[in-house]
Design a protein around this ligand. Structure first.
Ligand SMILES: *Cc1c(COP(=O)(O)O)cnc(C)c1O
Length: 407
């Protein structure tokens, strides 16, 4: 077999379908984020990033940078081993304590990413609890789906955020079967939020565990950045809270927070935890500093919400359609894959604004969008330039506008 010819033909197919991914080569500038340098075919240009998951700009926060420098200088670069074999540094121990405290749980367990935490924790819980049935929200993230699939446990998919469908599916299962409801708080593409309280009610009624992915909420919601479950006073009702250190916390890594026994169980049986090198101690120290900072500082969250509201109001004022939702994510709906890509390309090339287009298969066909994530570090001038550029391009692409809001 000509392997390379096969790879090339599959890639050509992907390109023909419009699903081939092209990365933007960006260089962020500490102290000036969301500004960055983009390197494209035509050379370099200054751009403003409007689609980052570094939602609060913590990736450049002095407290985080200082903690990482300090740890790097004190402990060196890598952890040097798996957690079991010399890779557990004091920075890891402190970070797990910080995370357990953040979510009001007895313990927490670190992974090398949020993806790995979902894959390993769900995979382990679903495969090692005899007869476990997983009830998975239809829009769960790929990492959850892969973890559940890998476990080979029975999986029942319920309609997205649909309590009556979830209840019907719980009811149809044997009363004594172990069950786990797996879902997210903030769904990242539509920015909608799950009815966590009602899901916990159902879980209690039917004797199910709950597994909540708060990846797009930790750092951002709740008085200490504990997520939507903290904001709603529900953390103690969830069996497992999973999060990332790579989005609002601005570093990298993933974790679960749960009871001492559950964390110890996953620690002891999850291949994706056991057989991989621990995160660098500098990463752990930076993440802990970020969490600690956001536990007491609400300024970043408040400013973010203000910028989100401002961008929404300005879009409304010029009739550009965006999906209403109760979160910080603004999906600007284009509804056409070619135009979506075109607008994104023009924004970058002509306006120095970087927003990655989101097309099928990430979202359903016909709902192609620009996913905008305002942050506390976007200035009023950044907002003005974004709105001006979108207005120009909407005209150029002859896209429909909503009736103008009363001026
Ligand atoms: C990004 C994401 C993850 C994975 O987290 P990483 O730390 O980026 O690996 C998990 N769940 C959801 C819902 C996500 O959007």
């Amino acid at each position: 077999m000509d392997y390379n010819a096969y790879f090339a033909s599959e890639l050509t197919r992907l390109k023909d379908e419009g699903n081939y991914r092209v990365f933007a080569d960006l260089e962020r500038h500490r102290g000036q984020y969301p500004a960055a340098t983009w390197r494209g075919d035509g050379g370099e240009r200054d751009v403003t990033i409007w689609c980052s998951n570094d939602y609060l700009g913590m990736g450049q926060h002095p407290v985080v940078i200082e903690a990482m420098h300090g740890a790097l200088d004190s402990y060196g670069a890598g952890a040097g081993g798996t957690r079991n074999i010399s890779g557990t540094t004091h920075a890891h121990v402190l970070l797990e304590r910080e995370l357990a405290g953040l979510h009001g749980k007895e313990d927490a367990l670190l992974f090398t990413s949020g993806y790995v935490s979902n894959w390993a924790a769900l995979g382990t819980l679903a495969s090692k609890v005899p007869g476990m049935v997983v009830l998975s929200d239809a829009l769960n993230h790929a990492s959850m789906i892969e973890g559940i699939r890998h476990s080979r446990a029975k999986c029942v998919v319920w309609k997205h955020n649909d309590l009556s469908d979830l209840e019907a599916k719980l009811q149809a299962l044997p009363v004594d079967a172990p069950k786990m409801i797996a879902f997210e708080s903030v769904y990242s593409m539509d920015g909608d939020i799950a009815p966590i309280r009602e899901i916990c009610d159902l879980a209690e009624r039917y004797g199910a565990m709950t597994y909540l992915d708060e990846v797009h909420a930790v750092g951002l919601y709740g008085p200490r950045g504990g997520g939507v479950a903290e904001r709603e006073g529900l953390m103690d009702r969830l069996t497992v809270i999973e999060g990332t250190l790579g989005k609002a916390f601005g570093v990298v890594g993933g974790y679960i927070a749960a009871s001492r026994e559950l964390c110890d169980f996953v620690r002891s049986f999850a291949s994706g935890f056991i057989f991989t090198t621990a995160l660098p101690p500098a990463v752990a120290a930076g993440a802990a500093a970020s969490i600690r900072h956001l536990k007491t500082s609400s300024a970043e969250r408040e400013r973010q919400q203000q910028v989100v509201a401002e961008v929404r109001a300005r879009l409304d004022a010029i009739g550009i359609p965006h999906l209403p939702n109760p979160s910080h994510i603004i999906p600007v709906m284009v509804g056409d894959p070619v135009k979506c890509k075109f607008i994104s390309d023009m924004l970058l090339r002509d306006y120095g604004i970087y927003i990655q287009p989101i097309n099928y298969p990430t979202v359903p066909k016909g709902t192609e969008r620009l996913r905008i994530t305002p942050s506390p570090v976007h200035s009023p001038e950044d907002v003005n330039r974004l709105i001006g550029a979108l207005s120009d391009l909407w005209r150029q692409c002859e896209l429909a506008r909503r009736p103008m809001a009363a001026q």
